[in-house]
Ligand binder design. Sequence first.
Ligand code: FAD
Ligand code: SF4
Ligand code: SF4
Ligand code: SF4
Length: 387
Amino acid sequence: MANKLKANNKCSGCMACVNACKLNAIEMVADNDGFYYPVIDKTKCVNCGKCSKICNNKKLEKSTPIKAIASYNLDNEIKYKSSSGGIFSLFAEEIISKGGIVYGAGFNKNFSVSHQRIDCKSNLLRLYGSKYVQSNIGNCYCMVEEDLNNDKVVLFSGTPCQIFALKSYLGKKYENLITVEVICHGVPSPIVWEKYFKEIEIELQEKVERVSFRDKSTGWQKFSLAFYSKSKNFIEPCNENIYMKLFLENHILRNSCYHCEYAKYNRFADITLGDLWGHAKISPNISNNDGISAIIINTALGQKLFDAVKEKTKYEEVSLKEVVKVNKSFLVSPNKTKIRKNIDALIKGSIKEYKINTSKIERLKCFFKRVYNKIKIEIVLISKKVK
Ligand SMILES: Cc1cc2nc3c(=O)[nH]c(=O)nc-3n(C[C@H](O)[C@H](O)[C@H](O)COP(=O)(O)OP(=O)(O)OC[C@H]3O[C@@H](n4cnc5c(N)ncnc54)[C@H](O)[C@@H]3O)c2cc1C
Ligand code: SF4
Ligand code: SF4
Ligand code: SF4
């Protein structure tokens, strides 16, 4: 039973197994591509099967999305620091103001990314903004369980696989837990990020003090990847920056992301957050240049949290169907590319100098995959009678 964890091509790196093993028999070890996978120490393992039960849980309850809302935070400063409309910050502040705890992905001192436990408003800023690299969960699921058992209200945020993992780990429903997931395009390799970060630091010849993957100085829709040091900065629009192109064009994602088990209509989280691309058509009344969020409410608890903060936003209900159509990652997985298949070559050389060359055949494959995805989305929306 102990070795029935998901195979590496399906393992999301969620770390539920690591948190579940109370004998500390599981360690996450990086493969050549820089992604971490569990390795069981057979000398410690007693074959109890707990880890594999949590990993392969098929009985976890899912929710059907109730509605979609277009919205943004009326606090311009916070909205600017967030990736989309700054809605996550409102949820997080609400929970903290009630004495609760918020978990989410934040930068560490060396700009690697891990999940962090936040219990005061002044530290919440660490969680704002998307970090386009896989976040290390550490022992957060164990900490969440302890907080919940101590009757704390907990808001846990992360990718859909992390929400599944937390709930599977907990194994029972807690009334004091609320979960917020991001619509997830996939997570890049930590090693590619680490290498690229070091190259930028060498170029700047100064220690990087702040990073924004969604710098809005060039606009929200044309966001930039930005590095700030004491006296210099490096800001490059996402369609020109090599790291962002490698991410957005699907060249550096985790293997499990190419057939994501969580890109399904029914969701494990109470709320799903994304960018409201196509807002001019979907929600012309909710317009600004710094970011608009798509909020998908999946449960009554999610609705209650949005109701508690809605006066601090501009919002309107919009068509769920239209939101899903423009945000494909909600339902479909990215296409695995040739560069991803040979990622070792990319990792060995300079990331900054890397040139993306895609063949005609690959571009054609991409085109057909896009058509296939469009049809798949239409079929799901029709079969689920989504309006
Ligand atoms: C890897 C990744 C891929 C995404 N792909 C899409 C997409 O395809 N389409 C789309 O519409 N939106 C996507 N998003 C979500 C989008 O970028 C915004 O995070 C979301 O709209 C919330 O924005 P906000 O302004 O309300 O809050 P923000 O403050 O921008 O969001 C912060 C939230 O993001 C979480 N977060 C940040 N980085 C990570 C990480 N590495 N791992 C787990 N959680 C993280 C934090 O825990 C917090 O909950 C993605 C986000 C991430 C992290
Ligand atoms: S629990 Fe998560 S990290 Fe562990 S094997 Fe399963 S998918 Fe991978
Ligand atoms: S089977 Fe039990 S002891 Fe072995 S690694 Fe899994 S949880 Fe730990
Ligand atoms: S695409 Fe799927 S497997 Fe990959 S990080 Fe996102 S939710 Fe997890």
